[in-house]
Design a protein around this ligand. Structure first.
Ligand SMILES: [Zn+2]
Length: 462
């Protein structure tokens, strides 16, 4: 009578889309939690660029709840609308500001170049948005003895991210089901960490880092400092493939902190380039939404610091300026940090930088986020340190640049954070469904939960 099903993110980390249905078969009502695109090797499974159809029934779907605006959680929304979904899109207040921006970009890349069509789709999306404050119950439907309300709680993953508590009732059966979305790591810069739910009879939890813990904040700050100093010493460029939302802002925040702490001629020469109009736009939105920042960041602002808009930061907008910057940096070797998307090197401006810079050992590539199997990012990370090559746009590029990875800026909870999230629930859930992770990560997390008595632990497959 109250059932959970999955339309993505069960065999990988992308394409998140879960369904909660309430009621009997013929008259059930449901909601979707997220509707994301598949990426990397998960593509070709229903919602890649080549097959974007919504391959499950949606007539009974009354609302879409968005946990956060990463494309692997929202990228299929235009296709959901095209398939006839006509319900509200419920999300946090910051997500409501960011969602049209991220979808505009996604539409331009994957859907159409027709400006009028894009504007029409965005108009529809804007008209459906229902921003809901954190911590407030929001009724979705209540009829014929079936009801469902949802409440969003801070997830600490990116600005606006939420986990979703669902209070579902059918006749006299009542249940609280929690969907974690992507959970943030505690001690990440900028955002407060997630608190465990007060109640979760059933829990659907992500497991991106179900098999490992991140370095602590000081360690990774130190490693970030070491990589940046290396680049300053040999006048190379540090290329950071980063998603526009979340990691870019966390890194800017951390780099501003390093410049402030270590200063001196060395650090004051370092130039930081954000080569992405979208990342620049989201940095502006992050800056505008200070009420959602954590206490540490708020304190810095009180001290007169500007963690997301400091002097050494340059933003590149136009495509022409981008091409000039690639060319200039490849030849001039000024000490510089470039942040550009996409985060997994599967497209976007970072690809031009990689082509121009991978062959020179003075350059460094710094990965700060998860690299899904099948993406060029994963290949660079795997083969780069062995002197291998990567294929970009059908051509091989030798990797002589140094390749680094600093964990913890990924904005995903590590294994012990996920375990703490669950053990903080006063009464353990009777069922935990582990999604959104590679098979090894899911199994490792499953083992962590096995000590919970009376809890069914499921790794669903579609
Ligand atoms: Zn995410």
């Amino acid at each position: 009578m109250i059932s959970i099903s999955h339309h993505g993110a069960t065999s990988g980390v992308t394409g998140s889309c879960h369904e909660l249905a309430v009621g009997h078969a013929a008259e059930k009502n449901g909601i979707l939690i997220d509707c994301g695109l598949f990426q990397g090797q998960d593509e070709g499974r229903g919602a890649s660029a080549s097959d974007l159809s919504i391959d499950f029934p949606i007539d009974h779907i009354r609302a879409l709840v968005v946990t956060h605006v990463h494309i692997d959680h929202v990228g299929r929304i235009p296709y959901l609308l095209a398939a006839g979904f006509d319900g509200p899109i419920i999300c946090s207040e910051p997500s409501a500001i960011m969602l049209p921006e991220i979808l505009e970009d996604a539409l331009k890349i994957g859907f159409t170049r027709d400006r009028q069509l894009i504007d029409r789709v965005l108009g529809v999306i804007r008209s459906r948005l229902v921003p809901v404050p954190y911590g407030k119950w929001h009724p979705v439907f209540d009829e014929d003895g079936c009801s469902l309300s949802v409440r969003l709680q801070r997830a600490g993953h990116i600005l606006g991210s939420a986990y979703v508590e669902c209070d579902a009732r059918v006749a006299d059966v009542e249940e609280c089901i929690v969907f974690s979305g992507d959970l943030g790591a505690p001690h990440a810069p900028l955002l407060p960490p997630p608190q465990s739910p007060e109640r979760a009879d059933r829990l659907v939890i992500e497991s991106t880092y179900g098999d490992k813990d991140h370095e602590d904040r000081e360690t990774r700050r130190y490693r970030l400092k070491a990589v940046l100093e290396h680049s300053l010493e040999d006048d190379g460029t540090v290329l950071v493939p980063a998603f526009s939302i979340g990691r870019t802002q966390e890194l800017l925040y951390e780099i501003e902190g390093l410049i402030n702490e270590f200063g001196g001629e060395l650090w004051s020469n370092l130039e930081i380039v954000v080569d992405s109009p979208l990342a620049a736009e989201f940095t502006r939105i992050y800056r505008d939404l200070k009420p959602y920042w954590d206490a540490e960041a708020t304190d810095l602002v009180r001290q007169g610091r500007h963690p997301l808009s400091f002097e050494q930061l340059t933003v590149i907008n136009s495509h022409e300026d981008h091409l000039n910057a690639v060319d200039y940096l490849a030849r001039s070797h000024r000490p510089c940090v470039v942040l550009a998307g996409s985060g997994m090197c599967a497209g976007g401006r970072v690809v031009n930088y990689l082509k121009a810079m991978l062959g020179d050992k003075r350059n460094d590539v710094l990965f700060v986020g998860y690299q899904a199997a099948g993406t060029p990012g994963r290949d660079i990370l795997t083969y780069g340190p062995r002197g291998g090559w990567v294929e970009l746009d059908g051509e091989r590029y030798d990797i002589r640049a140094r390749v680094h990875q600093v964990g913890g800026y990924s904005a995903h909870a590590g294994q012990s954070d996920l375990v703490a999230f669950v053990s903080g629930i006063p009464v353990p859930p009777r069922e935990i469904r582990i999604v959104h992770g590679d098979p090894g990560a899911k199994l490792a997390l499953k083992r962590c939960f096995q000590s919970l008595t009376g809890t069914d632990i499921i790794i669903p497959s579609e």
